[in-house]
Design a protein around this ligand. Structure first.
Ligand code: AMP
Ligand code: MG
Length: 407
């Protein structure tokens, strides 16, 4: 049995970053950028109107008011996508819509609400004195040409997608998705939706894994529930080792009579780096490599599998994708936490802000078979081994579940 920190550093030494690929922007959600995103042109790209109204020479509007309107001659229209080619002389204006290029000679826009409106195509009454620059979006006021807007290693969310589109990127370079094989083992496992016979339970772990794989930015390329039988395990695993970057199993790595997963890994030539880590839940954690494939054998108890994925597998996918690993937060316990003397202790928990400080409490259900302990959780709390339980007011590490928020 090795300590968590040692196990983490062993894993780190075996992670190989993935290659890059170019993908269309429409497929970029949740991918990780393998390039910096640089603005090839300023934004706005040209001076344009922030309002629907009239492009004017501000000097023509001096002292204009509701009581003393100033009349201007309308000489044309500039709309978004169809700029007017005309230039303004004294006493003239151009109808100018939001996003339309500012015509030559104009230095301000009067919004339509401050005029007699668009109804007369030849003339308009101006009720408002505009200063130079009024309602004009300046060229480059938001983004300058050459600005590095998004750096390599950033995960793409709607904000990045919008910015990439604004800058005209039709394709971008991202890290390839890790190809992951997931499998569960156990004669007792039945797929949800079917009837259970005596002694059987539903397979939940693979559903959790599949969702976590996708959220982490990887893809499930092989998936199966396998009986506790060496031949079936061998056939699934030998294909997975040929075709996947990572293999993640749940169950069958403990000390039970039918826990064959580790035996089959080793028969197939997987090099074992460790098996059993000083942690609770999830002590019989297996880590090995076969050529360039990383293999994680997580124990079958649903909480051990789920927490095991978040704490052990998720950071590996992030590193493979070239993403900056998020550092963990520390929170102040509002309730005692059952620290262990020899093992690292993980529990689902709830973290929230109170008087500007991060506070937290562990789930009330603590058994590793109690998956419903994850329902109210927004984080995993963990403590190094030590004597006695942690008390209210003590600090503890808080790993926020990446798709959850702190309220
Ligand atoms: P094992 O690690 O195979 O000894 O399994 C430990 C416990 O987890 C047993 O109670 C199993 O029935 C349960 N278990 C194993 N695999 C799954 C799964 N895919 N979904 C839900 N429970 C599981
Ligand atoms: Mg089993």
């Amino acid at each position: 049995m090795i300590r968590v920190q040692e196990a983490k550093s062993i894993i780190k030494n075996h992670i190989i970053p993935l290659e890059k690929e170019n993908i269309p922007l429409g497929k970029a959600e949740n991918r990780v950028l393998a390039q910096d995103v640089v603005a090839a042109f300023p934004s706005p790209r040209f001076e344009n109107s922030a309002m629907d109204g009239f492009a004017v020479r501000s000097s023509d509007t001096i002292k204009a008011s509701q009581e003393n309107p100033i009349s201007l001659k309308v000489i044309g229209v500039s709309s978004a996508g169809s700029p007017s080619k005309l230039a303004l002389n004294t006493g003239e204006c151009i109808q100018c819509m939001t996003g339309a290029k500012i015509p030559n000679g104009a230095d301000a826009v009067i919004m339509v609400e401050d005029t007699s409106g668009f109804s007369d195509p030849d003339a308009v009454q101006i009720f408002f004195e505009a200063h130079p620059g009024k309602h004009i979006r300046k060229k480059g006021e938001e983004i300058r040409e050459g600005d590095v807007l998004i750096s390599k290693g950033t995960r793409i969310t709607p904000s990045e997608i919008g910015t990439l589109a604004t800058c005209g990127y039709g394709e971008i370079s991202v890290a390839k998705k890790p190809r992951i094989a997931i499998f569960g083992t156990g004669n007792e496992l039945v797929e949800p939706g079917n009837e259970l016979k005596e002694g059987e339970i539903y397979n939940s772990n693979l559903y959790v894994f599949a969702d976590l794989v996708e959220k982490s930015g990887a893809e499930v390329t092989m998936r199966d529930v396998i009986k506790d039988d060496k031949a079936s395990l061998r056939s699934f695993l030998s294909e997975a080792l040929e075709t996947c970057d990572m293999v993640i199993s749940s169950g069958g790595v403990s000390m039970g009579r039918y826990d064959y997963v580790r035996d089959v890994f080793i028969e197939l030539g997987v090099e074992e780096h460790f098996w059993k880590v000083a942690q609770k839940p999830g002590k019989p954690l297996f880590f090995g490599t076969g050529n360039s494939t990383l293999i994680f054998g997580l124990p079958g108890n649903p909480v051990s599998s789920y927490i095991g994925f978040i704490e052990w597998v998720w950071p590996v996918t992030e590193t493979m994708l070239g993403e900056k690993n998020n550092s963990h937060l520390m929170g102040i316990l509002k309730e005692a936490f059952p620290r262990e003397t020899i093992k690292h202790r993980f529990l689902f928990g709830k973290a929230w802000l109170q008087d500007g400080k991060l506070v937290c409490r562990p789930s009330t259900k603590v058994g590793s078979h109690m998956l419903s302990s994850s329902l109210e959780a927004n984080c995993i709390l963990s403590s190094e081994p030590g004597d006695g339980q942690l008390q209210m007011g003590d600090e503890i590490r808080v790993n926020i579940l990446p798709w959850k928020q702190i309220q």
